[in-house]
Design a protein around this ligand. Structure first.
Ligand code: FAM
Length: 436
């Protein structure tokens, strides 16, 4: 057993004891006043109903991974040689183990993922069976599903796996999947947009650096962007659609491949991860309608109002939990100020940031008029040449796998139960309010 796996087991055993004590001593203590009818109809907003160890979201401050904010991660996590951005390997270690990693921990993960990255041919065949016009997210989930043949958990379970060892096989699946996802994603990108000219992995590079390389980008700036991108998109506590879906499907003891594929189908929705492609599409359309060049603030305002009057949302703005500018947006803004302050598209993103919030506030119904993570990412990618915006959610997905799979390891290690909340009919609701 590798030392990270051993360390995880020690941490898991400790937390298991604490959780058992907590449930034994305080199991009947209420953490909520009760659930309202509006919450039941409106996406269970604000109901505390899940445990996720890897990160916690504060409505005003934003996400913290095991207590560390994004600026703190950028400071404390190990970097690539001559790099300034945190390595995603380090964030994964932090989410899984609950402690900041050393340089050696990060290198261990980098080389472990490198060793496990081989993708069997039938996965590429399954992707090839789809028409080239298929959305990259469809290819991505098909690729993950095809890879499910390799699940250690599914294999061991069919042989009669002891409950006590669920975590161990899930850990193996997690490591194998994370190791292989960049290759699958890069394969999809090169197939769809670069005439099927694939690029072999470079074993000397870190996980995100190698991903950038396989996509076909050798610019060090793009590699740095990928490292930052893979860190900031990884996790956003447990209730968002991709994390919750992965957890829910995993709660049926579906293996990591089945669970992640389900989560990725949720990420592919426009109100969730697909918003990143929608943002850049929306900005490019605006520029086209205005005949190109830099729009004025007034022109942006008119375009925003037109979007709203057509019954559409302004992509990249609003959030189900956050009530301030997303620190993931701010981190990208900082990156842009440092590396590409004169980029025209980036400047438009910043003008949109000045224009949209007051308009959304004026509507009176939007709870959070501020930008989320998706409002900025596309402009950065376009700058380095990754202009094929339909691919953006796949990048998000590769990153999100880090958080949701670290969480799945914890689900198995803590023996969390099958998720099965109660549902009722509207007829039941009517009788309930009438006091019947
Ligand atoms: N543009 C226009 N209207 C918006 C809006 C936006 N950006 N954000 C919220 N609203 C509307 C919303 O549609 C709802 O209208 P109705 O009552 O007419 O249905 C009303 O304001 C109240 O919604 P809310 O309570 O403020 O937000 P929700 O918690 O229901 O939804 C979001 C949250 C993220 C789905 C919503 O803000 C949205 O649709 N934003 C645009 C899409 C987007 O950027 N999604 C990405 C979220 C991101 F962080 C991620 O998952 N990657």
């Amino acid at each position: 057993m590798g030392y990270i796996k051993e360390k995880f087991k020690v941490k898991a055993d400790e937390l298991n004891v604490e959780v058992k004590e907590l449930v034994k001593n305080y199991g009947t203590k209420k953490i909520d006043e009760g659930v309202t009818i509006a919450q039941v109809y409106q996406g269970m907003r604000g109901i505390t109903g899940l445990v996720t160890e890897t990160s916690l979201l504060d409505a005003n401050e934003g996400i913290r991974f095991r207590g560390y904010s994004i600026p703190e991660l950028r400071e404390h996590l190990p970097k690539a040689p001559n790099g300034a951005e945190p390595l995603p390997e380090g964030l994964f270690y932090l989410m899984l183990i609950g402690e900041l990693p050393t340089e050696a921990d990060v290198q261990y993960l980098s080389s472990m993922w490198g060793r496990r990255s081989h993708v069997p041919n039938h996965v590429f065949d399954a992707i090839e069976a789809l028409p080239i016009t298929a959305h990259p997210m469809t290819m991505f989930t098909v690729g993950i599903m095809a890879l499910q043949t390799e699940s250690s958990f599914a294999h061991a379970y069919s042989e009669g796996l002891n409950k006590k060892d669920y975590w161990s096989e899930t850990y193996e699946d997690t490591m194998n999947l994370i190791a292989r996802l960049p290759r699958i994603a890069a394969y999809i990108y090169r197939r769809k947009y670069k005439g099927g000219q694939h690029i072999q992995p470079n074993g000397m590079l870190d996980w995100a650096g190698n991903f950038a390389h396989m996509l076909g980008y050798s610019d060090e700036g793009f590699r740095e962007l990928m490292r930052l991108y893979m860190v900031i998109h990884a996790d956003h506590e447990g209730g968002n659609v991709s994390a919750h879906t992965t957890h829910l499907v995993g709660s049926a003891l579906s293996d990591a491949y089945l669970s992640l594929a389900a989560g990725m189908n949720g990420l592919a929705g426009p109100l969730h991860g697909l918003a990143n492609q929608e943002v850049i599409k929306w900005i490019l359309q605006m520029r086209e309608e205005l005949g190109g060049g830099m729009p004025t603030k007034e022109q942006i305002e008119t375009y925003v109002r037109k979007t709203l009057s057509e019954g559409k949302v302004v992509p990249g703005y609003g959030h189900a939990v956050l009530r301030k500018t997303d620190p993931r947006f701010s981190a990208q803004m900082e990156f842009a100020k440092k590396h590409l302050p004169n980029d025209e598209l980036v400047k438009i993103v910043w003008m949109v940031y000045e224009t949209v919030p007051p308009i959304l506030k004026d509507l009176g119904k939007v709870k959070n008029p501020w930008p989320n993570v998706d409002a900025h990412s596309g402009a950065l990618l376009v700058h380095y040449g990754l202009v094929e915006y339909e691919f953006y959610t796949v990048l998000f997905g590769v990153s999100r796998a880090l958080g949701v799979l670290a969480s799945l390891c914890w689900d198995r290690a803590l023996g969390l139960s099958l998720e099965r909340p109660k549902s009722v009919t509207t007829e039941w609701m009517k009788e309930f309010v009438e006091g019947k």
